[in-house]
Design a protein around this ligand. Structure first.
Ligand SMILES: Nc1ncnc2c1ncn2[C@@H]1O[C@H](COP(=O)(O)OP(=O)(O)OP(=O)(O)O)[C@@H](O)[C@H]1O
Ligand SMILES: [Mg+2]
Length: 344
């Protein structure tokens, strides 16, 4: 990551509302953010939380209702989309079906008046970069989904953007190809040193690829930070719920488990099965996940068996003995594993 004081992209109290002012749809609502140059930034959130609208505000296809979008320190208000040194890879790739792969990739250069030989040479370099050497003559219809995805990437990179916006670029791929492309994209970003802004609703994808993750909910950023911080110290119930599948404990339950009367999260992998744990419960379900088994344990309050039972998820790592459904178990964890958070 390069260390430049001026962020590649900065939002200052940015809102984008749609519809009548009396009943606005707050697609993006009072968002502040700063994306460091050369970093891999992920926007993570459920459907309709404002991610695509944020990308469109950066690319200039959408203008803020309030606030300021700054690109490399400059208020972008007066800069048209084609002068922003920003390019987008769309979810549906948006390739031109009648053009060859090479002409698709060279399109941005053609628009800028680069002559045919030069732009084809450059397109072939980009195709090599995304491991599609020799595919230049084909039409998009003769490619697999993953190959089309690479063409879309090459077509954006040929313009040498300083910021690349990627809107759920891996959504259409199957799991295996998706994971391979995640590694490749991360690798490419590090090699080129371009700022990537990557939109996804897949928390695993955001956590594994990004330097920083912003979690969106209803047009607002509810937490922003490095992946480990988002995962281990969720700021709110929403983040704990959405990022991974943590146990979210209401205040009275946190207190029953020895903490203060506050909302808390407790990760399934932080809980151990014990012979004589303070908290006793009964296994009501087990789901084999390969790398472990996720148990559902109906547990009461300590010292009050059967009272206030609630389901607690427990991850038993592969190789450990897994109790049968119906078995009585004890649960234990380190005090530090109980993470306190806000109630939103
Ligand atoms: N042009 C528009 N007119 C009215 N409402 C809009 C418009 N564009 C977006 N919205 C609304 O703004 C909200 C945010 O939309 P956005 O496309 O940014 O969500 P998203 O996080 O990208 O969702 P997804 O994961 O489904 O792509 C949604 O409620 C959407 O319906
Ligand atoms: Mg979207």
């Amino acid at each position: 990551m390069t260390s430049s004081a001026i962020p590649a992209v900065e939002f200052r109290a940015v809102s984008r509302h749609f519809g009548p002012p009396s009943q606005p749809i707050r697609a993006v609502d009072q968002v502040d953010l700063a994306i460091a140059e050369g970093s891999f930034f992920a926007m993570l959130g459920p459907s309709g939380s404002g991610k695509t609208t944020c990308l469109r505000l950066i690319s200039g296809f959408e203008a803020p209702t309030a606030g300021e979008v700054r690109i490399f320190g400059e208020n972008s208000g007066a800069i048209p989309p084609n002068r922003r040194s920003v390019n987008t890879v769309f979810q549906d790739y948006a390739l031109f079906p009648h053009m060859s792969v090479r002409d698709n990739v060279a399109y941005g250069l053609m628009v800028r008046g680069v002559d045919r030989r030069a732009r084809h040479a450059r397109a072939d370099e980009m195709l090599a970069l995304v491991k599609l050497d020799g595919f230049g003559e084909r039409k998009p219809a003769a490619l697999s989904g993953g190959q089309r995805q690479r063409v879309a990437l090459a077509r954006a990179l040929v313009n040498e953007p300083r910021v690349l916006l990627l809107d759920e670029p891996l959504g259409a791929l199957d799991l295996k190809l998706r994971e391979a492309m995640q590694d490749e994209l991360k690798n490419l970003q590090q090699r080129l040193g371009i700022t990537f802004v990557f939109v996804t609703h897949d928390q695993g994808e955001a956590l594994s690829m990004a330097d920083r993750v912003a979690v969106f909910n209803q047009g607002r950023i509810v937490q922003v930070g490095p992946p480990a911080e988002i995962y281990e110290r969720p700021a709110t119930r929403f983040v704990a719920d959405f990022v991974g599948s943590s146990n979210v404990l209401p205040p009275e339950r946190t207190r029953a488990l020895g903490g203060p009367a506050e909302w808390a999260s407790l990760r399934p992998e932080a809980i151990r099965l014990t012979e004589t744990g303070g908290l006793r419960g009964r296994v009501t379900g087990a789901r084999y996940l390969g790398a472990g088994t996720r148990l559902t344990v109906a547990a009461g309050a300590p010292g009050r068996p059967g009272a206030d039972e609630a389901d607690i998820a427990v991850l038993v790592p592969a190789g450990r003995a897994v109790p049968d459904v119906g078995a009585e178990v004890g649960l234990g964890w380190d005090a530090a594993a109980l993470h306190l958070m806000g109630s939103e």
